[in-house]
Write a protein that binds this ligand. Structure first.
Ligand SMILES: [Zn+2]
Length: 386
């Protein structure tokens, strides 16, 4: 990094927030609810996590179309722009648009430009000395491919951000803790040794996108730079934390990234309606805190999370980790009339371990995958098991 880029940042964390992004509506029946971002902002205020010192809040600007072209095929972007008129035509289907997951939506193009712009603002904030870590809640569209939409994702804010960081000559680690495998990102950078990709996710045996096996370790120059940690359904805090701690810190230490791009999906939570992992907000918080400690600079994005209220709690904790603040409930003791009626228990869940045979299976499988990587990927990257 240049001298300016390596100067100590003025703040610990920058929140990149746009109410326009939060208000974008995928439709009543669609599980993806950008409004979770506003819920998170409100919880951050309630828990005393915004305001001086050490944190700043910024409004993002839309990215220029050329910035999206750093990652996406221009012909695909033409189709995406057309879909933004709100009228479906059959040619869109070849690009993944007009499906149940990725419907044609009026204003979609502007939404994409702004969400990509918000992650770009995170990149700029961590490089220009604004903050060590920056968080865009409405980002992490990791299922978008260079040439098509998939899995609620149209424009890859994270793909464009990684291309941007690589173009500046920086070493990038991409760490994806969303419950779904980051297939679009793996595909785009599979043969690339300039970006280390690590994804912990529910196994493709039981969850979309039905890939992301541990044996997919990259190809060509990129061999060893793609690390998948598929986890069985019902994986709980204990199993997840063991897998994370045995894989992520040693690989990041060996790779020594300048910047970590963290995809902080909250759909690993036990209450998530689309997935089958069983994490509590406690484990999620511990993972994000470790990531914050390991990353010299962190570009963080919200990604998935389909239990709206519990996702907002998780991201509030993620923000607390980035800002290095203890959440304090400003309204503790007040009764009634609050935004979230069921929220009297605070941000942390009680422990909810998996038991019996399901636990043993999940633990054995996680250990098998970890040991596979310690045998195959660790030597390629010069990493040492902890
Ligand atoms: Zn997800």
């Amino acid at each position: 990094m240049s001298a300016a880029e390596s100067a100590p940042p003025a703040n610990l964390a920058a929140l990149i927030y746009s109410d326009e992004l939060a208000r974008f509506d995928y439709g009543d029946d669609h599980p993806f609810k950008p409004l979770r971002a506003r819920n998170t902002l409100e919880l951050c205020v309630r828990y005393g996590l915004l305001g001086e010192p050490g944190v700043v809040q910024r409004e993002p600007k839309p990215a220029e179309p050329a910035y999206l072209e750093r990652f996406h095929d221009p012909a695909y972007l033409d189709v995406l722009r057309r879909a933004s008129g709100g009228t479906f035509d059959v040619a869109m289907l070849a690009r993944g648009i007009g499906t149940e997951d990725c419907p044609v939506l009026r204003g979609l193009w502007e939404f994409c430009l702004l969400s990509v712009g918000a992650t770009r603002a995170c990149v700029e904030a961590v490089l220009d000395g604004t903050a060590r870590r920056a968080f865009n809640l409405v980002g992490g569209f990791h299922h978008a491919y260079r040439d098509h939409a998939e899995g609620f994702c149209y424009a890859s804010d994270v793909g464009a951000a990684v291309e941007d960081l690589l173009a500046r000559g920086l070493r990038v680690a991409y760490v994806d803790i969303d419950a779904h495998h980051g297939n679009g990102m793996q595909d785009a950078f599979y043969a690339d040794d300039r970006v280390l990709k690590i994804s912990l996710h529910e196994s493709g045996a039981t969850l979309y996108p039905f890939g992301g096996a541990e044996t997919e370790i990259g190809e060509g120059k990129g061999r060893g730079f793609n690390v998948n940690v598929p986890l069985l359904e019902r994986t709980d805090d204990e199993v997840y934390l063991e897998a994370f701690e045995r894989v992520v810190p040693p690989l990041l230490s060996a790779f020594r990234p300048d910047v970590v791009v963290g995809v902080l999906g909250a759909d690993t939570h036990i209450s998530d309606p689309l997935t089958h992992l069983r994490l509590t907000s406690e484990a999620y918080y511990r993972v994000v805190r470790q990531l914050c400690a390991l990353a010299p600079r962190l570009v963080a994005v919200g990604a998935g999370g389909y239990d709206v209220f519990r996702s907002a709690r998780c991201w509030t904790l993620a923000w607390a980790a980035m800002a290095e603040r203890e959440p304090q409930d400003e309204y503790a003791g007040l009764v009634g009339g609050m935004m979230f009626g069921s929220e009297i228990d605070g941000l942390f869940d009680r422990p909810m371990p998996t038991t019996g045979e399901a636990k043993e299976r999940a633990l054995a499988e996680a250990r098998r995958v970890v040991e596979f990587h310690q045998r195959t990927v660790f030597p390629l990257l010069g990493a040492t098991p902890p």
